[in-house]
Design a binder for this molecule. Structure first.
Ligand code: C2E
Ligand code: CA
Ligand code: CA
Length: 620
């Protein structure tokens, strides 16, 4: 602007110079020209100035131009100037006044804006959730917002004027800010730094501070202080949870709504054998739930989604195919918005506990049965039932097998319930002694078969007991067949052979019971001079349909004949089987079709061997 005015003055000077030197020309005319030029220049300045930022020069220029115009008009008052000059002067005066008024208005607006900005600034500082503290180069507090007050427990009046280091930041503002913010240009916000502040109560407050230099001269700084205790607590909680998940003995597994594994901790690896890399992204069901239990698993999941949790026991498979019993708790996983996005479950391996409990239960059960056996032995609660064994050719009863029963609280209990509890103890020897005593006594009146336990095979006193019983009851040894199971015989072949030989010496018969189940070959029969083979009922019951069974039975008949042994088929449940067995050359038959086991009392009433086949177990 000043340059333009200068240029205009130079032009005026050039124009004025030559005309003044021309003789005879009117000075008023020259003055008019000069005035006109000055006025046109001033007018131009106004128009140009309008587009340019207002500066300090503007008002001076305008005042000057207005003054010039007033002078011209005053001059005109004393010595009339031409209309053009006066008109220009009036125009310039009006323009200058208008411009001045506009400038004043603009300045007022700017002031108002500044006030608004200041108010807004203060308001936003006050509204800030972060503490905002403005300090000077010495650290003296000039500004202190409500959040800072809440955070540190000092009111505005308590804080302002105090040193920020003394009041809340023992270390002063973080290095690189405050007094030595040399590298910080005004307004640039420094990176947030974590530090510890101290509140009015002396409590340490974890905070994040960032500092901005807000003024150069004198330097002023604003610190924005963020309370991180919440963040820290959340962080700490999350880390704590993660540590629990990591170190948990239990399997902690999360999956999304498609059932794909998203979290798989060490406990899960220990329990199921899959590493996290193998499991994550896979369907949990396919990994650990046996297919036949998928339906149940779906049910559990539905319960979780509808009821908010589920607790149950489940049977899972580990990677190596082993069964794992687990106690399972499952919960839905929710997003921050509250919608269910997956299922989290913890599985505690109870396989060992379950097995231990089962063992303990079995032990307790066995203990109970042993007590009952002892009582039965001493109080005469053991009884024999008998089942007839018939000669297929001829159809008459050859003998009766004696089957042990216990009377217990008004009911009759079979050996399957009590024998297993006795088998590993001396009690089984007692039972065998009882069976020998009572069986041999019965045999005085008719032929019987007496079962012996595996343990009796290696009992050296057993044979003496048999002899004594025979003498005591005056029983013909030939009317007794002792049955020993194939399994027991094969397991202890030497003892079995000794006993078989001794029993044969006395004159008793000996049968291999449950023949075909012992994984033994026929060869051991060479070392076991038994008189009879009792073919296990598993080969008989399906005989009509199974050609394999038929061939097995035929082979046994062949071998038995070669060794001079008789054959008994157990478990004959229908006439067709009995017919087929007869056709195959089996000697004797036993089974529900022939006669069911029945209480022994009645056979005692009908001693003798010639019991009618049809009467069977009725023995009456
Ligand atoms: P075992 O010696 O093989 O006796 C035959 C078993 O088969 C008997 O069961 C009998 O009731 C059953 N049975 C007979 N006919 C049929 C049939 O047609 N179909 C079916 N499904 N079963 C039939 P029980 O009386 O329960 O005896 C079980 C086992 O207990 C006997 O098997 C024997 O090993 C043992 N046992 C029985 N009495 C004595 C005993 O006095 N002393 C010893 N040490 N063991 C005995
Ligand atoms: Ca038997
Ligand atoms: Ca048998």
């Amino acid at each position: 602007m000043a340059v333009l005015v200068g240029a205009a003055l130079i032009v005026i000077e050039i124009l004025v110079q030559p005309t003044t030197t021309v003789p005879g020309t009117s000075s008023v005319l020259i003055e008019d020209w000069a005035f006109r030029l000055v006025l046109v220049g001033a007018a131009a300045v106004f128009f140009l100035a309008d587009g340019v930022e207002a500066s300090r020069v503007d008002p001076m220029l305008m005042a000057g131009a207005a003054l010039g115009a007033i002078v011209v008009l005053a001059w005109d008052h004393f010595s009339r100037l031409d209309v053009v000059t006066v008109g220009l002067a009036v125009f310039v005066l009006v323009a200058a006044v208008g411009k001045l008024l506009r400038l004043i208005a603009r300045t007022r607006r700017a002031d108002a804006r500044a006030v608004t900005a200041e108010t807004t600034h203060t308001a936003s500082i006050e509204a800030s959730l972060d503490g905002v503290v403005t300090v000077d180069a010495r650290g003296i507090i000039h500004e202190w917002n409500n959040a800072a007050g809440d955070l540190f427990g000092y009111s505005k009046s308590e804080a302002i004027g105090r040193n920020v280091g003394d009041l809340i930041l023992p270390g002063g503002l973080p290095a690189g800010s405050g007094g030595d913010a040399a590298g910080n240009s005004t307004g640039a916000l420094e990176r947030r730094r974590e530090t510890i502040g101290v509140d009015a109560g002396g409590r340490r407050v974890p905070i994040e501070v960032s500092v901005a230099r807000i003024r150069e001269d004198p330097p002023m700084f604003t610190a924005f202080i963020h309370d991180t205790s919440d963040t820290r607590r959340h962080q700490a909680e999350n880390e704590h949870l993660a540590a629990i998940v990591r170190s948990s003995e239990d399997a902690i597994i999360s999956r999304d709504l498609d059932g794909l594994v998203t979290v798989w901790n060490h406990g899960a690896q220990r329990l199921y054998g899959y590493a996290a890399e193998e499991a994550i992204g896979k369907p949990l069901k396919e990994l650990v739930v046996p297919r036949e239990r998928w339906e149940k698993q779906d049910q559990i999941d539905r319960t979780v989604l509808t009821s908010g949790s589920a607790a149950t026991m489940a049977l899972h498979n580990s990677k190596d195919g082993a069964e794992r019993h687990v106690s399972l708790r499952a919960f839905p996983i929710r997003s921050e918005a509250g919608e269910i996005i997956g299922i989290s479950s913890s599985a505690h391996d109870i396989t060992d506990r379950l097995h231990r409990e089962q063992r303990e239960h079995q032990d307790a059960n066995a203990q109970l049965w042993r007590r009952r056996i002892e009582t039965a032995l001493t109080t005469g609660r053991f009884h024999f039932w008998s089942q007839p064994v018939i000669a297929i050719r001829g159809g008459h009863i050859d003998h009766h097998e004696l089957l042990l029963r216990m009377h217990l609280n008004g009911r009759t209990v079979g050996p399957a319930e009590f024998l297993p509890s006795a088998e590993n103890s001396e009690l089984i020897t007692e039972i065998d002694r009882w069976a020998i005593d009572h069986g041999v006594e019965l045999a005085a009146r008719g032929s019987v078969a007496i079962n012996l336990s595996a343990r009796s095979l290696s009992n050296p006193r057993l044979i003496d007991h048999v002899r004594a019983a025979m003498e005591a009851h005056d029983t013909r040894p030939a009317s007794v067949v002792f049955e020993i199971t194939e399994t027991a015989a094969v397991e202890n072949i030497d003892a079995a052979r000794r006993l078989v030989e001794q029993l044969r010496e006395i004159g008793c018969g000996v049968a291999v019971d449950d023949f075909g189940t012992g994984y033994g070959s026929f060869i051991y029969l060479r070392h076991l001079p038994v008189t009879e083979i009792k073919i296990d009922m598993s080969f008989i019951q399906d005989l009509l349909r199974s050609e394999v069974d038929q061939r097995v039975v035929e082979s046994i008949v062949m071998v038995a004949r070669n060794f001079g042994m008789t054959t008994v088929a157990e478990g004959v449940e229908n006439a067709a089987t009995l017919d087929m067995l007869g056709g195959m050359g089996i000697d004797f038959a036993q089974g529900y079709h022939v006669g069911r086991p029945a209480p022994m009392e009645r056979i005692a009433e009908h001693p003798g061997l010639s019991i009618d086949v049809d009467a069977g177990q009725k023995v009456s």
